[in-house]
Design a protein around this ligand. Structure first.
Ligand code: GLA
Length: 722
């Protein structure tokens, strides 16, 4: 705390001095294209356009540079007075913020850094959008008191492109810039180490803050460069490591919260975790796995089954078809060695499906275009084996890259060699009460350049039915070309291709969840999605596993959309980015911190969002299973009232989101959007909202007394008030 106070005072008192030591470059010259000489200092760039260095080029009129290059050039005079701030006598730091997607950066013609790769590179293109771009230039490269040129070659691999997250800044590097403090967490063993290419000497001290009790914990100190960090999976503790460099006294500070599990262990006796209402159309096959956790073996019975409905008592799967519309109360009975549990739910046979948001898995955020039937099956098996299916994760959705290169001679769509038997896969899933999802585009091509459905909508809908498909994600992508060709840019022209597929889907004798993937802001799909009987619609561009993405999509972009969501028709803020992800062959752990993950899941549940797991379920660790399988948290997402949360208090960087629940209670998320631990006064917020009653901490699943509470950086308290 002392450190922070002193830094704050320093910032207040020395703002002018700091300003003089840092050069901010808000504008750069820009040109689309790619020429090696554009890195040189001597170049006439007067005719280049001027761009803001803190926002992607798409926001500044460069809208057609997809899968292409662009160069930025910045001319900057660096005063020799800046050298005084060079305590380390080491280097100049060029901080670009970030780049979408790959870049190569030159200082006075010499390359000082590269992040990601470009199509011409031997390994091919690999973007690294979102990661920081901070490069060092040797003081010998600098033309002191003269003009210097920073030239940045950018490759945009799709979507937005260019430098963003800045503006670009230049200053002398400090100990903090040049030191890496790394926390490592492996199988409940945590450590922190400090390293620097400059081999600094100094001391490393560690201090903990227990976020539940507020107690401060002494974690020790060393001059050896590394320390063990106690990591207790049962408690949130923020560890702060401070490295003090011996000669300059400058500090580098980093905080870290090891994984902690809040979800209590499930009882061994049967417990129902599924939705309280399930919709099916008259005559459509019912596929419903009864979502009971508890020790296996377990047997099942259902009281009140209407004519035509069947039960697989061993597997716990409802099947059959009911032709007579009606609202049927079913009493589910699950029995194992530890007890018997009864739960009443409603089977609503009518014209609406998806009465609660869909839950399941999708291949995109993990496997990207490298998806195969084997990989899909492996995640599906893991949903069963790791118990996620007992919490309602039932859709198994294949995203892009299942399509063959060409259609069959009769025009029907076929799978590529990675999917030898999609129908068999569907049958296997259905036998276990899971459901099969697939992906296509209203355009000629999908986003991954595979075959789309344009001109074959009827045939494709029929093929999906024959394969046993239960979910279609229909992605605008290639249709953008059709749209560009037509003079009609009205809302109707966005709606048309989606309406077409809806017509053919609804002709099929099975329920196919219709998921629109349409991210054009001008289309405002949330205003017409229900009119094409879509069951959900994407409200944003693609999510990434970084805070900026989750925060912007989840908070800013969803806040105004709550009026458009309702049972049967949901806003979809994109798939979950927890667990092991990669959008391709190689997977890695999500880059979200543990608290950002709690926020992600809490917020998506408050938003009544589709809960589609994006990671490889087979490689899911204990923390992620617990994160995704908290029945009280999921009950918020699946609440039958189906009302999406909205922000009700914005108190600086604390936001309180609330939604009413079917049982008359209120769900509240108190989010800390700041990068620091914050103390919040729950009593004040509750009285501001006029709420009183029993307060329940949904992650811990226990009633709590309202009071002051610490919330982790980017963290949350998820509450229910009854
Ligand atoms: C788009 C979608 C993603 C994914 C890919 C597949 O980017 O938004 O969710 O489906 O296409 O190519």
């Amino acid at each position: 705390m002392k450190l922070k106070t002193s830094l704050f005072v320093f910032a207040l008192c020395c703002a002018a001095a700091l300003h003089a030591q840092e050069i901010v470059i808000p504008q750069a010259r820009y040109k689309t294209g790619d020429k090696p000489e554009w890195k040189n200092n001597v170049l006439d760039d007067e005719s280049w356009i001027s761009l803001d260095t803190s926002r992607e080029w798409d926001f500044q009129g460069i809208v057609d540079n997809e899968f292409g290059y662009g160069w930025y050039r910045m001319r900057v005079t660096i005063p020799s007075s800046m050298k005084k701030a060079d305590v380390l006598k080491k280097a100049l730091l060029v901080d670009l913020g970030s780049v979408d997607d790959s870049d190569e950066t030159y200082f006075n013609g010499k390359r000082i850094g590269k992040t990601g790769t470009m199509p011409g590179d031997p390994e091919g293109y690999k973007g690294r959008s979102g990661t920081p771009r901070r490069y060092l230039a040797s003081p010998f490269l600098v033309h002191w008191d003269g003009e210097n040129v920073i030239a940045v070659r950018v490759f945009n691999g799709g979507g937005r492109g260019g430098i963003f997250g800045g503006p670009v800044r230049v200053r002398m590097a400090t100990v903090a810039d040049m030191t890496e403090i790394a926390f490592k967490e492996e199988d409940r063993h945590c450590s922190v180490s400090v390293s620097s290419p400059f081999k600094f000497k100094g001391s490393l001290t560690l201090r903990g803050l227990d976020l539940e009790s507020g107690a401060v914990i002494d974690g020790g100190s060393t001059t050896e460069g590394s320390l063990q960090v106690p990591c207790d999976p049962g408690r949130p503790v923020q560890w702060t490591a401070t490295f003090t460099e011996a000669k300059s006294g400058q500090e580098a500070v980093k905080s870290f919260i090891p994984k902690y599990i809040l979800t209590p262990e499930a009882p061994k006796s049967p417990r129902y975790n599924g939705p309280l209402v399930f919709g099916v159309r008259p005559g459509s096959p019912i596929i419903l796995r009864l979502a009971f956790s508890g020790q296996r073996p377990m047997t099942f019975a259902v009281e009140g089954l209407p004519d035509g409905a069947t039960l697989d008592a061993r597997e716990g799967v409802l099947g059959g078809r009911v032709t007579l519309p009606g609202d049927y109360p079913l009493t589910l009975v699950a029995k194992n060695a530890f007890g018997t549990t009864r739960q009443t739910i409603r089977l609503r046979v009518g014209d609406k499906i998806a009465l609660t948001p869909p839950m399941g898995w999708n291949s995109w955020n993990c496997w990207g275009l490298s998806v195969s039937q084997e990989k899909v099956l492996s995640s599906a098996r893991a949903l069963l084996e790791k118990g996620l299916a007992d919490y309602g994760y039932h859709y198994v959705n294949i995203d892009d890259a299942w399509e063959a290169e060409e259609r069959n001679a009769d025009g029907t769509i076929a799978c590529n060699e990675k999917f030898p038997d999609i129908q068999g896969l569907g049958e296997w899933l259905h036998a276990h009460g899971l459901r099969l999802g697939i992906y296509s585009s209203p355009g000629d091509r999908t986003c991954g350049h595979y075959l789309g459905s344009l001109g074959h909508e009827k045939q494709d809908a029929e093929t999906y039915n024959a394969w046993g498909v239960d979910y279609l994600k229909y992605d605008w992508c290639g249709y953008a070309r059709e749209f560009a060709k037509s003079a009609d840019k009205s809302v109707a022209s966005y709606v048309r291709p989606y309406l077409k597929m809806e017509e053919f889907l609804r002709e099929q004798p099975r329920d196919i969840f219709y998921s629109l993937c349409m991210y054009s802001k001008t289309a405002e799909v949330w205003k017409w999605g229900h009119a094409v009987d879509a069951n959900s619609w994407r409200t944003t561009g693609d999510i990434l596993d970084v805070w900026g993405s989750v925060c912007n999509i989840g908070f800013a972009q969803q806040a105004p959309l709550y009026p458009y969501s309702q049972p049967g028709h949901w806003n979809d803020p994109d798939m979950l980015v927890v667990g092991k992800l990669g959008w391709g062959e190689t997977l890695r752990h999500t880059r979200l911190t543990v608290d950002e993950q709690y926020t992600h899941i809490s917020l998506w549940c408050l938003l009544a969002a589709n809960l589609l797991i994006g990671c490889d379920v087979a490689q899911m660790d204990e923390f992620t299973v617990a994160l995704l399988c908290n029945n009280e948290v999921l009950a918020i997402d699946q609440d039958p009232l189906g009302r999406q949360a909205r922000p009700v208090i914005v108190d600086g960087e604390i936001q309180v989101w609330s939604r009413p629940l079917a049982d008359g209670a209120t769900a509240l998320g108190v989010f800390n959007l700041s990068p620091e631990v914050r103390k919040v006064d729950l009593v004040r917020y509750l009285s501001q909202l006029g709420l009183s009653g029993t307060l329940r901490d949904l992650w811990r699943q226990k009633d709590i007394a309202p009071g002051e509470s610490l919330i982790a950086p980017h963290g949350v308290k998820l509450l229910k008030i009854k």
